[in-house]
Ligand binder design. Structure first.
Ligand SMILES: *[C@@H]1O[C@H](CO)[C@@H](O)[C@H](O)[C@H]1NC(C)=O
Ligand SMILES: *[C@@H]1O[C@H](CO)[C@@H](O)[C@H](O)[C@H]1NC(C)=O
Length: 357
């Protein structure tokens, strides 16, 4: 009698033990980083970081190892909160781009790069503005913002980037000649710094055909110019607009609203950023956060060593020309982006993409 009772008790214990083990493994499986997103490169364990890296690189890479290792998941609350903050402070959705709807004839543009310069909107200038907001009323599901960092070299991220609903690129980056596989080809909006119009296209004072030709790879995207940040850039930006119109290019030229840039500057200032000028990349990320539900960043890594492989990177994926290191606060900007990544507001891609992901 007593032996039987002991036996039943024993088998009950065994059953509990087995159930417990099963439950533990299920939980373990559910919360193991590797099972959620098998293709996302993540630091499972810290890799020893070499000491002979560029100045400041080592500290950032150690930090990235700590923060980037966590499996990324969008945090809807954090995203909504950040987005509504941006929206209420900067109004990018309606005001980021100058349009005939938000900037009537007779209004005064205040240059954001030169505090005392203003420009009254004449009917002629007005006729170069977009009729209305060039974005649909609905937000896009997924946007890719492509920075031009050397980290994109051999990244195989082309397909992933092209699968986004709206793709934003910065400063007329080359896409052909073997880059497609790593950076993609789809372009819905591309920015151009006026300096590139001066350096590469003779300020559009002579032949303009080469400029039109070189923009062919962007299909029928929007060409976004900061026409009213510095007075000296306004004429060349207007020439870019007229060139596209005269050559009947499918590309539509639009202008950044200096009022938006001013507000954005204050916004990021309140987040602790104090650069001389915000980088185009950060401006585009800010805009994307208002326009898209899911914001993915590629090519945003402003350091000269790769964060996983540690080898030396070129400044851009297409050349090694130095960027304006003192003009922009790239490491500080990156730190904020890494914070937003950690909070699940946007997703930074720092590794290679696998085909199909
Ligand atoms: C967006 O909505 C407004 C009013 O709700 C409408 O007048 C406008 O035509 C719409 N624009 C687009 C691009 O759908
Ligand atoms: C990229 O890949 C090509 C071809 O495999 C190779 O020759 C080149 O060295 C690689 N570049 C870098 C920076 O890894």
């Amino acid at each position: 009698m007593r032996g039987q009772l002991l036996k039943s008790l024993f088998s009950l214990l065994i059953t509990f033990f087995c159930l417990g083990t099963m439950l533990t493994s299920v939980l373990w499986y559910m919360f193991d980083d590797n099972n959620v997103e098998p293709h996302q490169p993540s630091y499972k364990k810290s890799i020893p970081v070499p000491t002979n890296l560029c100045k400041g690189c080592r500290e950032v890479i150690v930090k990235v190892q700590k923060r980037y290792s966590k499996t990324w998941k969008k945090q809807e609350d954090n995203y909504q909160k950040f987005r509504s903050q941006l929206n209420s402070k900067c109004h990018g959705f309606d005001k980021a781009i100058i349009s005939q709807a938000n900037t009537p004839v007779g209004s005064k543009l205040v240059y954001d790069g030169e505090k005392k310069r203003t420009l009254q909107v004449t009917p002629e200038l007005f006729s170069t503005f977009a009729k209305e907001r060039p974005f649909p009323n609905k937000t896009w599901d997924t946007c890719a913002v492509v920075g031009n960092g050397g980290i994109l070299t051999n990244s195989s991220c082309g397909n992933t980037i092209d699968s986004a609903q709206f793709v934003i690129r910065c400063n007329l980056p080359p896409l052909k000649n073997g880059f497609e596989k790593h950076v993609g080809i789809k372009t819905d909006l591309v920015t151009a710094n006026p300096s590139i119009l001066l350096a590469k296209y003779g300020a559009l004072m002579g032949r303009r055909h080469p400029f039109v030709e070189s923009l062919r790879s962007y299909g029928n995207s929007l060409l976004l110019l900061p026409a009213f940040s510095y007075g000296q850039n306004t004429p060349v930006c207007l020439r870019a607009f007229y060139t596209m119109e005269d050559f009947e290019s499918p590309i539509r030229t639009i202008f950044l609203n200096p009022e938006y840039l001013q507000r954005l500057d204050l916004f990021w200032h309140s987040q602790g950023l104090r650069p001389v000028r915000l980088s185009t990349g950060l401006i585009m990320v800010s805009l994307a956060l208002e326009l898209c539900a899911n914001v993915h960043l590629y090519g945003f890594w402003p350091f000269s060593n790769h964060p996983y492989e540690f080898h030396v990177l070129t400044n851009h994926y297409y050349d090694n020309r130095p960027s304006h290191a003192n003009f922009h606060a790239m490491p500080a900007e990156f730190d904020l982006l890494l914070q937003l990544h950690t909070q699940g507001v946007l997703k930074l891609h720092l590794g290679k993409c696998q085909s199909g992901t």
